[in-house]
Design a protein around this ligand. Structure first.
Ligand code: CP
Ligand code: NVA
Length: 328
């Protein structure tokens, strides 16, 4: 199963990213030549991938459906009103039934225990398509994006990203927890600036710091309430929505608490980001967390990052479904 970035070693994450890059190049070349992507097209033939989504999605849904199609399988989208999950039927029963007829469950849920519960009782691999705690597919895509832009400049082995600095400015959420875990594994330092009361919960800090175990040159996590402090010498500035799905009732309180955390050119300058700094965001984006001058600028990697969700999905499906968890 792929529940979070804690499920993969540094070497496995490196392989997932490298495979994503390899498939991106090969499939684009095949499509440009008006050919089918030969290495992938039969890998999921005859297989159905159940996509159980209890929350809205653009990128995760489209990338997963497109990836499964590219691999010759059938993506079966099951929205929250389509199946009995959580309304009329327990997770245990749902998991047993759906996993008896399909080759994988890709699930987007609220509480992480929901996707963990599906995995516990499933006969097939389960991929977390976003829970309240983690977003592993996003982290794979994010590191593919970072690798594409920074691999040449950084020194070191693996993905060649050791020593880079990511500054996360905003809410401590699901996307951050997996991104930070991935950063630590890949030797990338990450500094997180969140307002008082919106920092990383102890349980998550422990998970992120545990990611350093067995990693020769692990990245370091640092935390502050000052966006400027986090931004100092950063190569990449990252944020996400201040109001994640399910937190809508807190919108007014959150907008107030996060005032001053909007990423702007001025903030990056005041904080002292590296001259060539880049901007990333998993999307969907709202103007309050990042100004247009950054979001639509040449510094912004957000659209390649979104496209890379497709190649991350291909790589994850290959590793967890085609190769049944053997990541090579
Ligand atoms: N980044 C991301 O997961 O987007 P969606 O919510 O649109 O899938
Ligand atoms: N943190 C956001 C991410 C959406 C992709 C949410 O959970 O809504």
């Amino acid at each position: 199963h792929l529940m979070s970035m804690s499920d993969v070693t540094a070497a496995e994450l490196t392989t997932l990213v490298r495979n994503a890059a390899k498939h991106k190049t090969a499939v684009k070349a095949a499509f440009d030549a008006n050919q089918a992507p030969s290495g992938l097209i039969h890998s999921l033939t005859g297989k159905t991938i159940a996509m159980m989504f209890s929350k809205r999605s653009t990128r995760t849904r489209v990338s997963t459906e497109a990836a499964v199609t590219m691999m010759g399988g059938h993506p079966m989208f099951l929205g929250k009103d389509d199946i009995q999950l959580g309304v009329n039927e327990s997770l245990l029963d749902t998991s047993k039934v759906i996993s008896s007829m399909t080759s994988c469950m890709v699930a987007r849920v609220g509480p992480h225990s929901d996707v963990a519960g599906l995995a516990e009782h499933s006969a097939v691999p389960v991929i977390n398509a976003l829970s309240d705690d983690f977003h592993p597919l996003q982290s794979i895509a994010d590191f593919l994006t970072i690798h594409e832009v920074f691999a040449d400049r950084a020194s070191g082995s693996g993905l060649g990203l050791e020593g880079l600095k990511v500054a996360w400015i905003g809410d401590s959420n699901n996307v951050l927890f997996d991104l930070a875990t991935a950063c630590v594994k890949l030797g990338v330092n990450i500094s997180v600036a969140s307002p008082e009361g919106y920092g990383i919960p102890d349980r998550m800090r422990q998970i992120i710091n545990n990611a350093a175990q067995g990693v020769a040159s692990a990245g370091k996590l640092s935390e502050t309430t000052s966006p400027e402090e986090a931004i100092k010498d950063a190569d990449i500035l990252v944020t996400d929505t201040w109001v994640s799905m399910g937190q809508e009732a807190e919108t007014q309180r959150r907008l107030k608490a996060f005032a001053g955390y909007q990423i702007t050119n001025d903030l990056a300058k005041r904080g002292g980001a590296k001259p060539g700094w880049k901007f990333m965001h998993c999307l969907p984006r709202h103007a309050e967390e990042v100004a247009d001058e950054v979001f639509y600028s040449p510094r912004s990697l957000v659209f390649p990052e979104a496209e890379n969700r497709l190649w991350a999905a291909v790589s994850a499906l290959e590793a967890f479904v085609v190769n049944r968890g053997k990541i090579n």
